[in-house]
Design a protein around this ligand. Structure first.
Ligand SMILES: *Cc1c(COP(=O)(O)O)cnc(C)c1O
Length: 376
């Protein structure tokens, strides 16, 4: 059993590892004092575009805004239906609702936990005719595992839908050799502190190869002001802080190594837990960023309690599917309740996974989980 407690996430350990680099980057910003759209933001955007192989990366104030702004850029609003998985973080649908459009909650696949394209196709046919236009789909790379975008792209092309990838958890991942960021026409990422590439506050980025769209997004993130200085359209104040960009630049230096360590831990967990629990499938060709490591069991509450007693931090992502949340209930259900999403939300629990965990801690988590299930 583990001697030291193992928290679900340990941001202090992360800072301790990178302190000199982070402090130097922050100091430089304090010295030049260009706190909004300073040179670190440009440098980060260039680095992120290179990392993902897309033409444009645009820093914004949060992952939620990274979803909202592309929807606004494409004129999504009242009367539009946007397909989202029911099993995700609330912001995937929250961004849709903020535009005035209607989220349509689709079920997810039992193996990958990704948007089920067949289920989405059935719901599209069931939209109340005349009331809602199918307009966009937001697949979510849940827990860091990139979706299979080919069938989504085909479906979207057939029905004229925009595909906006919610890559809040998957930056650094890839599918069939294409890095996250280039898997959909437009992609949203988050730098929330607990994400695989996290800042020290809120932040996000939008990725696209469409230069015209990227220009619109730059206008929208800064009060709707275009490069000529005119306030061309209604916009937001949603710039990425220079201080956040500085932290992220420091962390980018070890990002590949951090992802490799996460993958190593996930492989060890898979090996130990496969015979005891349901696990998220890992399709060939998919490289996960391993943002979250989850297992499925009959009583996640009891397991969480038992693990807490053994010094291991856990959390449930997510115990309530979106269609059952008070803020989302006003959206009329289209079709049957998403049963797999409900089933998953009653069985799932997440374990510690981050680059700072050493082998002893990883084995400590494994032993604690196995001990907890043996004594049930
Ligand atoms: C974190 C997250 C978001 C929102 O990102 P913020 O930076 O917290 O606004 C959106 N979607 C998913 C799936 C997330 O995990």
């Amino acid at each position: 059993m583990s001697a030291r407690p193992i928290p679900l996430i340990d941001l202090q350990a992360q800072y301790a590892r990178l302190q000199p680099q982070i402090d130097a980057r922050l100091r430089a910003v304090l010295d030049h004092a260009r706190f909004v759209l300073g040179p670190e933001v440009d440098a980060l955007e260039t680095e992120l575009a290179r990392l993902t192989g897309v033409r444009r990366a645009i820093g914004v104030a949060s992952g939620t805004d990274a979803l909202l702004i592309p929807l606004l850029a494409h004129g999504v609003g009242p009367g539009d239906a946007v397909f989202v998985p029911a099993f995700t973080f609330v912001a995937t649908a929250g961004a849709v609702a903020m535009t005035g459009a209607t989220p349509v909650f689709c079920d997810v696949d039992r193996a990958t936990f990704h948007l089920d394209v067949g289920d989405m196709a059935r719901r599209l046919k069931q939209l109340p005719s005349g009331d809602l236009r199918p307009k966009a789909v937001i697949p979510v790379d849940l827990f860091g595992l990139p979706c299979d975008y080919a069938p989504i792209r085909d479906f979207a092309a057939e029905h004229g839908l925009l595909v906006l990838a919610d890559a809040a958890q998957s930056l650094g991942g890839a599918r069939d050799g294409t890095p996250v960021g280039g898997l959909a026409p437009i992609t949203a990422a988050s730098f929330y502190p607990t994400k695989p590439l996290g800042g020290y506050g809120d932040g996000g980025a939008i990725f696209t190869d469409d230069v015209e769209c990227a220009n619109q997004i730059r206008t929208l993130r800064a009060h709707g002001q275009n490069p000529a200085g005119e306030f061309e359209r209604l916009g937001l104040n949603s710039r990425l802080d220079t201080l956040q960009a500085a932290v992220l630049l420091a962390k980018l230096a070890t990002f590949d190594a951090d992802l490799a360590r996460r993958a190593e831990i996930a492989a060890r967990y898979d090996e130990v837990f496969a015979e005891h629990f349901g696990l998220q499938a890992r399709p060939t060709g998919a490289v996960s960023a391993n943002a979250v490591y989850s297992i499925l069991c009959d009583d996640p509450e009891a397991l969480g309690k038992a693990l807490r007693g053994r010094g291991v931090g856990t959390r449930v992502y997510y115990d309530t599917p979106l269609h059952l949340m008070p803020s989302m209930r006003r959206f009329a259900a289209v079709g049957d309740p998403p049963r797999v999403s409900e089933w998953l939300s009653q069985r799932i629990i997440s374990l510690p996974i981050y680059a700072e965990l050493d082998d002893e801690q990883v084995e400590g988590v494994c032993a604690a989980v196995l001990d907890a299930v043996a004594r049930k």
